[in-house]
Write a protein that binds this ligand. Structure first.
Ligand code: ADP
Length: 498
């Protein structure tokens, strides 16, 4: 019987591997952190060989600890991070340029100035930004001598991190990218599910270096013989892959139109399943492929809040009113409300749906009665208000409601914040038992192909709820506070002078 799946979760700061059983439980974990490379201000790189080596070691550790037969391997990864390597030698020609890296901002300005914004959004669902892989590929080809010619001659291969890992695992046999990762390159047409010639020309990218776009739950290849430490995995199918956010949406069981998840990490990442047709956002959200299984493609709207858990870090490190993040909860719970205080955590501007880079944080409504407990409570509320703004934008863009918000991430352990979130959104907020939703999503995609799970229903059954929060406050009270929040956002917007 097929029962165990290995999930490789290649993140920005560490490479992890988790073995899941059919019940969706964690059997074992391997994890190796690795170094960030900062060549200059605003630039971020990783060593692709280190990405592979740490992921290989994590897999070895997880498989050894589990001591069970692995039926399938799934991959999830930091998205947009760009690697180019030599097809023959397998050696990268430059470090991986990481999603956070801003070095290609000038290329983006050039694309905007040439008026490419509309065509890029229409075809890719994205807006022009240095996050996405396209301009990073161009930068490497522009800066590594001779690489443009070599790419044109078919000597070089491009890949995002899942492409690189699949290529390494299959001993160079499979050069593929899954649709969810391809959606983040700014070169991929999300309507036709293929690379776009016009966009590649726009950035001078030879199409022969691009991987083959593939579905999220299908056979990419099998693990090659003789990979040190992974000998026991030789022949195991590599058959599931999705970028981290899409994998979390899948792992949270958001299979229906209008189902959504929010990850409360340093920032917050929200994705909402919008069904089989891409929805164009009018609020500055991104449209992306969530997954494609058996030829059926599901799309999502995606948005992020810049400052989520980082607001709690600021209470700790900036204000010094708590010693550790978990202390925010008892402090905030020690008062029945924020006493009229509103904290707008626009420390680095505001993202969707406000999009104001000139906004800055604001603390409003302070009186002589204000205490640190009120500020702690206002911080939790400020995070929940921002998520509410974004989800309301999604509700309106997709013209459909959300039945339940599924949550994960380090700050989702705050019961008070989850209750506030449910009161604001007027829907249940569900926190799962296994919080490793990203890794589980990749395992589920692979296990679905390999027959560990027979259907989406079976996967949903493996997803157990730990606690669900239901709206408790009267709707009118919550709405009154939300209107107050909107007024506060108005004060924070445009704060620094252009
Ligand atoms: P990331 O993946 O972005 O590093 P995590 O998902 O690990 O983030 O979440 C870390 C965030 O969770 C931190 O910003 C921290 O402030 C917050 N956090 C951690 N523990 C708690 C807690 N008990 N209550 C509220 N927030 C918490």
């Amino acid at each position: 019987m097929k029962e165990y799946v290995l999930s490789l979760d290649q993140g920005t700061t560490s490479s992890r591997a988790i073995v899941f059983n059919k019940a969706g439980e964690i059997v074992s974990v391997g994890q190796y952190p690795y170094d960030q490379i900062y060549p200059q201000s605003g630039w971020v790189e990783h060593d692709p060989e280190v990405i592979w080596e740490t992921e290989r070691m994590a897999a070895e550790e997880a498989v050894k600890k589990a001591g069970v037969p692995i039926s399938a391997i799934g991959i999830t990864n930091q998205r947009e991070t760009t690697i180019i390597w030599d097809k023959k030698t397998g050696k990268p020609i430059y470090n991986a340029i990481v999603w956070q890296c801003r070095r290609t901002a000038a290329i983006c300005d050039m694309l905007s100035a040439k008026g490419f914004g509309e065509i890029i959004t229409e075809k890719t669902g994205l807006m022009i930004d240095a996050y996405f892989s396209g301009t990073k590929i161009k930068w490497i080809l522009d800066h590594v001598p001779g690489s443009y010619e070599r790419a044109k001659n078919g000597e070089l291969l491009f890949g995002t991190v899942e492409t690189w890992l699949i290529w390494k695992l299959t001993g160079g046999k499979a050069h593929v990218t899954d649709y969810s990762n391809a959606s983040r390159t700014m070169l991929f047409n999300i309507h036709t599910l293929d690379w776009d010639e016009e966009l590649c020309e726009m950035l001078d990218i030879p199409m022969c270096m691009l991987p083959k776009p593939v579905g999220n739950s299908e056979l990419y290849g099998v693990v090659a013989e003789g990979i040190p430490g992974l000998e026991s995995l030789a022949g195991v199918p590599v058959c599931g892959s999705a970028g981290d956010q899409q994998a979390a949406l899948f792992g949270q069981g958001c299979f229906e139109i209008g189902s959504a998840k929010n990850t409360y990490g340093t920032g917050c990442f929200t994705l909402m399943n919008v069904g089989e047709k891409p929805v164009r956002s009018h609020s500055g959200l991104v449209t992306t492929v969530a997954w494609s299984i058996g030829g059926k493609t599901t799309y999502a709207l995606e948005g992020s809040v810049f400052n989520g858990g980082s607001t709690i870090q600021w209470l700790r490190d900036g204000l010094g009113i708590i010693n550790s993040a978990p202390e925010v909860n008892p402090l905030a719970e020690s008062v029945p409300d924020s006493g009229g205080v509103i904290l707008v955590p626009a420390f680095t501007g505001l993202g969707a749906p406000h999009w104001d880079m000139y906004a800055r944080g604001a603390l409003l409504g302070i009186t002589r009665g204000t205490t640190k407990a009120h500020i702690a409570r206002a911080a939790l509320e400020g995070i929940a208000y921002q998520v509410t703004d974004m989800i309301n934008a999604m509700r309106s863009d997709a013209d459909c409601d959300i039945a339940v918000l599924h949550v994960d991430g380090g700050a989702s352990v705050s019961n008070l914040m989850m209750q506030i979130q449910s009161d604001l959104l007027r829907i249940p907020v569900e926190r799962p038992k296994v919080v490793e939703t990203t890794a589980f999503g990749a395992a589920a995609l692979a296990g679905l192909y390999a027959g560990v799970w027979e259907s989406l229903d079976e996967i949903a059954a493996a997803h157990e709820s730990e606690r669900t929060f239901y709206p408790e406050r009267p709707a009118a009270d919550a709405e009154k506070d939300y209107n107050q929040w909107k007024r506060a956002v108005g004060r924070a917007c445009g704060w620094i002078e252009k």
